[in-house]
Each structure stands twice: as C-alpha cells, then as structure tokens.
Design a protein around this ligand. Structure first.
Ligand SMILES: [Zn+2]
Length: 511
C-alpha cells in the first residue's frame, strides 16, 4: 500500500527568488483562469449549436448550415488532459499574443508570437493548474450526480489576484540520473532545489526527509509552493515506505476469541473536542476544545473591519489584507497542530477505533452551532484518524448514524429521549448511573463495535473484524489494543510534540 505523506517547510526566499515565485503563482492562476475561460466558451458554443439544431429553420441566417450538428465539431474540454491540450494550443495561438512588423517598404506583417512570457515560468505549472481545474470540474459533476459524498460542490470560479494566497505545483521528474526536485542539495542542508527556480532555503531541519530519501524509504512525488500572508511555504509530498512493524498494530490470533474491551469509542463534541473510552467505562483520552477560532475571533473581526475601511486598491488596504490573512493563518495553524496531536495519540495507542457517523453538513445548518462545529473540525479529525490508522494497520469503524450514542445509558441500555445538548452529565433513570455525557457516548460506541463486529479468519489464523452493515472506508484489517494510557485531566497528550510520535510508546498498565 503506498503511503502518501507530506513535509511542510517554511521557505526563506531572497528578494529575487520571491519575485520568481510570485511569477509562478501568477502563471498558475493565469492558466487556471484561461483554461476555465476556454471550457466555458466551448460549452457556450456547443450549447448554441444544439439550440440551433432543435429549431433548424428558426434562425435562418445566411451562414446557417441546416442539418450540420455544430456541437459535434466543438469539443468541450472537461478533463485535465483535454484542458492541457486546449491551453497549449491556445498559448501558441494568435489570441495569446501577436505583434505587427513594419518593413522599411511600409508593408505591415503580423506575426503570431503566442504567450510572450511563457518561457519565464516552468511549463509544468500551467499543466498542473489545468489538472486542478479538471478535478474541480469532475467534483462539480460528481456532486450533481450524487456519486460524491459531502456538501455540494459548486462550479469552479475564476481565481482572484491578491497580495497573498495562491500556489503552484511542480512534479518531480528524473532525468540524467537525478531528480528534478532535491532536498539538501550540495552543502546547503536546509534547502530545496526546484527546476528553473533554483535552490530555495528553508527554515526547518530537513534531516528526517533527507534520511528517508537516502535510505530509499521515500520518493518525492511533487511539491506545492504556496504564498501565505507575507510568508512562503513548500509542501513536499512523498510516497513513503510502510511504517516500521514496531509502530504498527499487530492482528490478534483468532484463538482465543477476541478480547473484551479492545475497542475504543471516540466521541467528538463541542465541549470536549474528543473523548475516547473503552466499553468497560475507562476514559483513555480527553481533549477539551480550545476553540481556536473563537479565541481569535475578536481580533479577526477588528482586522476585517480595518480592511473594509481602507480605500479599494490602496497600499494600506493591501497591508490590512495581509494582516487579516496572518490572523486567519494563526487560527488555522493552531487548529491543525491540535488535530494532528489528537489523531496521532489515538491511532498510536489504540488499534480498534469507533467513530460515530455525524451528519456534519446537516448539523452545520443550525446557525447557532455552525461556526462552533466548523471550528471543531470533526470531519478533518475523522479523516486524519482514518488514514493514520490505515498506516498502522489498525482499524476504524463508523457506528450507525441512528445509533443514539449520547442518549443511551452505557450501563443498562435505557434510552433517555429528553437529553439535551445542555446536559453535560448523563444521569440514568433506570440504574442511577451518573457519568460524563461525552464519556458515556464514547463507551456506548465501543460497546456498539463489540456487538456489531465479528472476527473472521483472514486465512492466516488472524482475526479480521467485519461490521454487519456499515464501516469506515479504507482497508479492513484487525488488531488489538496495545496499551491503555489513561491520564484523565492531563489533556491526554503528556506534553508530547508531533516529532515524538511513534518514537516512545507509553506503557501504562492495562486497566
Ligand atoms: Zn442505566
């Protein structure tokens, strides 16, 4: 299984390099917009053709050819491949650039130059922008034909020019025995070398990535350079080797039958971002929601007001836009850091995870909760847990959407229909259980998985869990819980940073 992962570094370009990078960002935006224009024009022309066909004699113009299907002649580019071809044809055409030459005799001759500045940027940047548009168009059509999950995707829009934002992508190619994208080339260890652009300095240590490449454990696929709020970033996507077996979960033998309490339920909420618990009622992780966005909101409001007060097109407005962008980035980074920590902590310690199937799009339609839900980034957390668990050969299942994990008593099974969002503590009327609401839900999820998954022999004497009806996307392979670090109240992270992931497994005694 190819494991795709990326390394993100902050770039430290010189003034000249920054200019070149800006040119590439502009070129990517230009190609995207031009390809979109070509697509729209072709579609409009094709539709006009069809309209004329249905009423052949209605228009009756002099250059009307009845009987000829015009839409056949017009090819509408939809895929990245077609868009690249369309764009390449256009960039060499008269429409992209021409000049008039006046001979000494007074004769004027037109020369088609094509896109005048195309040689200044890497041609790949145009191609990748067309590929992006192709993906956008596909997401739009898939979304309309219901083959795509999640919220509706709109038709691609033209990209705006601005003092920040934008990115471009470069594929890594191998020629003359060496890669076109290199990390730590020559003496400069903290650098990335890109074709046509040269050696770019990065701020962070590249050692891990360099070692992986040197040991043939990673291969660079492509890089994305993006412009933040007055900052440049490079994201290097690699195809990496599987994680070391010691960092993966091992499937349990089918005999004896599965261990109890091996599943861990993860309840995602607003009060606590994530609470994880096993079916015996033990809380294994709790992370209070720091509400990254809410905390930064007053400043965000102030800065966005500052933008709208500035005169359009002025230098001060540009500066204010960058300041606002920096605040957005700060919030985003805080959130991203936290989500990675939580998901790492969960997949590192628990081989079998259960999530509830949240109708996030539906819940966000509640205006009072919408922002808080976006801030909690439940969907992103589930995505990270799912792919990271696959790397470790663990398993993630998704409980039935209609399973009332919050309203059911985890001890006796009584359902309390009158439980509201305000009730932070679950009090059972049947057996008198009093338990934290989120932990109760997590315990229910763990128990749900234990009752709904059956260990099936995978042919090698190992147990592979199968869910009756629903299950998470991704490979289904099984494992057991390896340890149970329970630190209630210690925010569950034990002060570990992302760099420590997988290097030092905690070995608290099993509960
Ligand atoms: Zn009860």
């Amino acid at each position: 299984m190819p494991r795709h992962t990326s390394f993100r570094f902050r770039l430290d370009p010189s003034v000249e390099q920054e200019h070149v990078l800006s040119q590439h960002v502009g070129a990517a935006r230009f190609a995207f917009n031009q390809a979109l224009r070509l697509h729209k024009n072709a579609r409009a022309a094709a539709e006009r053709g069809q309209g004329r066909d249905s009423t052949p004699e209605a228009a009756g113009g002099p250059d009307d050819h009845p009987g000829r299907d015009v839409s056949d002649a017009i090819h509408v580019p939809w895929t990245g491949f077609d868009l690249i071809n369309g764009f390449n044809k256009w960039k060499r055409s008269e429409a992209a650039g021409r000049r008039f030459l006046v001979a000494p005799t007074g004769m004027t001759r037109m020369e088609v130059t094509g896109l005048a500045w195309q040689g200044r940027v890497l041609a790949q940047v145009f191609e990748e922008a067309c590929v992006d548009l192709g993906r956008g168009l596909k997401a739009f059509t898939d979304s309309r034909t219901v083959t795509r999950k999640g919220p509706k995707v709109g038709f691609p829009r033209f990209k705006k020019k601005g003092p920040m934002g934008g990115s471009f992508r470069i594929r890594n190619t191998t020629g003359k025995g060496r890669a076109s994208v290199r990390v730590g080339d020559g003496e400069r260890v903290r650098s990335v070398t890109l074709p046509k652009i040269g050696v770019l300095r990065v701020r962070e240590c590249t050692r891990r990535l360099r070692r992986m490449i040197a040991k043939d454990r990673a291969r660079i696929l492509f890089v994305t350079v993006s412009r933040g709020a007055s900052r440049w970033w490079i994201s290097i996507t690699v195809e990496a080797a599987d994680l070391h077996p010691a960092r993966r979960h091992t499937p349990p033998p089918i005999e004896p039958p599965r261990r109890e309490n091996s599943w861990v339920g993860v309840d995602r909420g607003l009060h606590a971002l994530a609470v994880a618990g096993s079916s015996d009622g033990v809380e294994v992780l709790r992370l209070n929601n720091p509400r990254a966005l809410r905390r930064g909101l007053p400043r965000l409001r102030r800065l966005s007001k500052a933008v709208s007060r500035k005169k359009k097109g002025s230098k001060n407005r540009k500066k204010a836009v960058v300041r606002l962008g920096r605040q957005h980035a700060r919030i985003r980074d805080r959130r991203r850091h936290l989500l990675h920590q939580v998901s790492n902590q969960l997949v590192k310690n628990h081989a079998l995870l259960v999530l509830e199937d949240l109708n996030i799009t539906g819940m966000r339609s509640n205006p009072k909760l919408s922002r808080a839900i976006s801030d909690a980034a439940w969907g992103e957390l589930a995505r990270q847990i799912t792919y990271k668990q696959a790397w470790r050969s663990g398993q993630v299942v998704v409980a039935d959407r209609w399973f009332p994990s919050s309203k059911t008593c985890s001890s006796c099974g009584t359902v309390r229909k009158d439980l509201t969002l305000k009730d932070r503590v679950f009090e059972c009327r049947g057996c008198g259980l009093v338990l934290d609401r989120d932990l109760n839900a997590a315990v229910n999820l763990a128990a749900w998985a234990e009752n709904h998954t059956l260990p099936v022999d995978d042919g090698a004497g190992r147990g592979v869990a199968r869910v009756g009806d629903r299950q998470a996307d991704g490979p289904v392979n099984n494992a057991h819980r390896q340890d149970t670090p329970t630190h209630p109240g210690s925010r569950g992270l034990g002060g570990k940073g992302l760099d420590d992931v997988g290097t030092n497994l905690q070995t608290a005694p099993a509960a």
